[in-house]
Design a protein around this ligand. Structure first.
Ligand code: SF4
Ligand code: SF4
Length: 392
């Protein structure tokens, strides 16, 4: 039936009303987890384990890191108690969502010897239930978009990544505080999550109480939000929310000037700074393991001692290992200098040529988890300040 212009306007007004920001009292956060579980999602969220905030399966709001925050600096991470009971009062932990979307170890297939031949069994990689990620920061949303482009946006679609990514429900959490290692503001990826989520929460703890401002980002988010017991957001709450997210941007003490960075790095391939960083780099690969956009893998075939059972595994690999660039008789990148330069130049320059965006979202994990505190922002700045700028 055709809809009159008045009817269309009414539908539009209803949609705007449905999508208006709402306030959820902190005591009702459990209802969000329950609503996700009722819809069949396996909820993954932050929790405290082994002295860090990590992601894991969450059954109840009690498992969330209420009252904890993180203290981060180059090569330094500590959990500390907060003065309040904020649930998302930390920046980012060592893990990103690639733990689930692009797992570290995947069995691609296994094979059994039967009657003199091998029968190949394809291993089921599809999750039993779709995933709901609770607490996705803006930088990590940007990282998921980067991995979407790399792993599903070209001729070859990674079936493992797609099976976890398709249907995943993303609950973003706006940052209201930054760690000393964050620099998303300079990378244009945060601290406000603008898109790519189903629902976004901003946690507010002040004299007006402990509550969440909720904004839907998709039809699924609108539906879920309608199920929760919320109140309409007042102008005052919206102003407080705006100020809280601005605080996270203002607190950032690190940045990368991305102006002409691709040409800058290409033109400074022989800059002495690469020797300077190589003298400190342990080539331990930590930076690539914690990075939410690094996607390189290797393939390993194993068999049991009887030779009757074999498996093929896909595992995370790193451009910091010698074997990564081993080609018949030698490694192309035999030195720490060559490997660090490859990693940083890929992140900030050749990624743009390959995929049309930076490979760095400014989460700061590589700075925090580098055992010797190597800082990508400092390395980029050193090259800009002392390198050649032929084409920039
Ligand atoms: S930069 Fe740091 S984390 Fe990365 S390989 Fe070198 S020592 Fe390890
Ligand atoms: S390079 Fe470092 S700061 Fe950039 S996305 Fe990777 S871990 Fe985060």
């Amino acid at each position: 039936m055709p809809v009159s212009s008045t009817g269309a306007a009414c539908i539009e007004v209803e949609r705007v009303k449905e999508n208006a920001p709402k306030v959820l009292d902190a005591s009702r956060l459990a209802s969000l987890i329950e609503a996700l579980r009722r819809r069949g999602y396996e909820v993954i969220g932050p929790t405290v384990r082994d002295g860090a905030i990590v992601f894991d399966h969450i059954e109840s709001a009690e498992e969330l890191p209420a009252g904890w925050t993180d203290e981060q600096a180059p090569g330094h991470y500590r959990l500390k108690r907060r003065q309040d009971q904020a649930v998302f009062g930390y920046a980012v932990g060592p893990q990103s969502w690639k733990k689930y979307l692009h797992p570290a170890d995947v069995r691609l297939w296994s094979a059994e010897r039967q009657k003199g031949t091998f029968r190949i069994l394809n291993n089921e990689t599809r999750p039993k239930r779709p995933l709901a990620f609770l607490g996705v920061r803006a930088c990590d949303l940007a990282a998921i978009a980067v991995q979407d482009r790399v792993l599903t946006g070209d001729r070859y679609r990674d079936p493992v990544y797609s099976s976890w990514r398709d249907g995943a429900f993303l609950v973003a959490v706006q940052c209201t505080q930054a760690a000393e290692t964050c620099f998303c503001a300079s990378m244009g990826t945060g601290p406000r999550a603008q898109q790519g989520f189903d629902l976004a929460l901003t946690e507010l703890v002040d004299n007006s109480g402990h509550r969440f401002l909720l904004q839907a980002g998709s039809d699924r988010g609108v539906e879920l939000l309608a199920e929760l017991e919320t109140l309409p957001a007042t102008e005052e709450t919206l102003r407080q929310e705006e100020a809280a997210v601005e605080t996270a941007a203002r607190q950032q003490v690190r940045s990368i000037d991305t102006t002409g960075i691709k040409d800058l790095l290409y033109e400074n391939f022989e800059h002495p700074r690469w020797d300077h960083v190589a003298a400190r780099c342990l080539t331990c690969a930590n930076c690539t393991m914690v990075c939410p956009t690094c996607f390189c893998t290797t393939v390993e075939d194993i068999s049991d001692v009887t030779g009757d059972h074999a498996e093929r595994w896909r595992r995370w690999d790193s451009c910091f290992t010698m074997s990564f660039s081993y080609i018949h008789g030698g490694s192309v990148r035999a030195t720490a200098k060559a490997r660090y330069r490859q990693w940083m130049t890929h992140k900030l320059a050749s990624w743009i040529d390959q995929f049309g965006s930076s490979g760095c979202v400014g989460c700061g994990r590589c700075i925090t988890w580098c055992p010797v505190g190597i800082d990508i922002t400092e390395e980029a700045r050193a090259i800009r300040e002392t390198g050649s700028h032929g084409n920039t």
